[in-house]
Design a binder for this molecule. Structure first.
Ligand code: NAP
Length: 319
């Protein structure tokens, strides 16, 4: 069997088109979605990510600013910035860009963000909504993975699903999202570092979702023939030559490439569907973040908490 590739591009494009109309309608009412990304100095990848985010937002008419904070910021200092953004009626969404410096506890800072402006769906109130099935926004990657899966398996009733990884941002929300509709829900198993025999659980999965952050942890023999495999992992690894030595680029630096948590060549021989890395869950995740941003703006507008203005703010910021 050669697995078909479950690419995220087409779904991401459909979400984008819907959002384009929604943002235009909001702007006509004088409501301009405005996302502010808070990030820390010293991590070049954060900067790249924030710039990409800004481009994606602006393509849809969403304003996107950023606040760069010193890497030695205290939690009090970060909380003050968050409070300022919470209080600003022109800001409709706040994103706390990871990685955070070690002295900053992510969950404490997430809880400081106004839940109505929590575009990542990580505030305890929004996480609680996920548990109760009443959420407005939910963690982007988990939602993206489930929506991508549902494009080929609209109903998961009767299926065994194994989730590898139980992080607060991906694995746990995934399980809750899958259990949402009683009639179409699968039977999930959640694996983590203390799981005794990982392969025993992955091998009986009709659908395998992997979010671990360990390059190619899941190999072909660990996959049930015909399974759908959703590889959420994104890992940067060095390219090696046939002798196992790092391949260098023209500047003499090790060449690197992106791989998932699933060894794709082996998985493609066994699975029926496999999400590629890159190009699978990633593009959908980006669109879910934008959709959450629009949802937050809509909700704040309904609450009368946005600034209605005839003059539409133009983007500005430190990036
Ligand atoms: P994380 O917070 O580090 O969580 C990793 C999870 O994997 C933890 O629950 C950990 O268990 C578990 N784990 C680690 N080693 C394991 C093993 N050998 N067997 C079973 N479980 C194991 O990472 P994350 O934020 O969930 O992200 C996971 C991956 O998804 C990363 O590669 C990340 O880059 C990627 N990601 C992709 C997207 C996207 O858009 N595609 C978005 C976000 C993240 P313990 O907690 O018990 O240690």
């Amino acid at each position: 069997m050669v697995a078909q590739l479950l690419e995220g591009g087409p779904l991401a494009q459909r979400i984008k088109e819907t959002l384009r109309g929604e943002v235009a309608a909001l702007r006509q009412r004088g409501v301009v979605p405005r996302l502010v990304a808070v990030y820390f100095q010293g991590d070049p990848e954060s900067l790249v990510y924030v710039r990409k985010q800004r481009k994606a937002c602006e393509a849809l008419g969403i304003c996107c600013d950023s606040r760069e904070l010193p890497v030695d910021s205290t939690e009090t200092g970060v909380a003050e910035v968050i409070q300022e953004l919470n209080d600003d009626p022109t800001v409709t969404g706040i994103l706390l860009q990871t990685p955070l410096p070690p002295q900053i506890v992510g969950s404490r800072m997430q809880a400081r963000i106004d839940p109505w402006k929590d575009v990542e769906g990580l505030h305890p109130v929004n996480m609680g909504g996920l548990l109760y099935g009443t959420y407005r926004v939910a963690p982007c990657t988990a939602v993206g993975a489930v929506e991508l899966l549902r494009t080929i398996r609209p109903s998961l009733a009767g299926l065994e699903v194994t989730i590898v990884g139980h992080s607060k941002t991906v694995g746990k929300p995934l399980a809750l999202l899958l259990l949402e509709s009683a009639l179409e829900a699968p039977t999930p198993t959640i694996c983590h570092v203390a799981t005794g025999d990982l392969a025993a659980h992955t091998r009986r999965a009709d659908v395998l979702l992997v979010a671990v952050g360990k390059p190619e942890l899941i190999r072909g023999p660990m996959i049930k023939p015909g399974a759908v495999v959703v590889d959420i992992g994104i890992n940067l690894v060095e390219v090696l030559d046939a002798a196992g030595r790092p391949v260098l680029d023209e500047k003499g630096n090790p060449r690197r490439r992106l791989v998932g948590d699933v060894e794709s060549a082996g998985a493609r021989e066994v699975a029926s569907w496999l999400t590629p890395v890159p190009g699978g869950v990633g593009p959908v995740t980006v669109m879910i973040l934008l959709r959450n941003t629009v949802e937050c703006a809509k909700a704040l507008a309904e609450l009368g908490r946005t600034t209605r203005s005839a003059s539409v703010p133009t983007p500005s910021g430190s990036v």
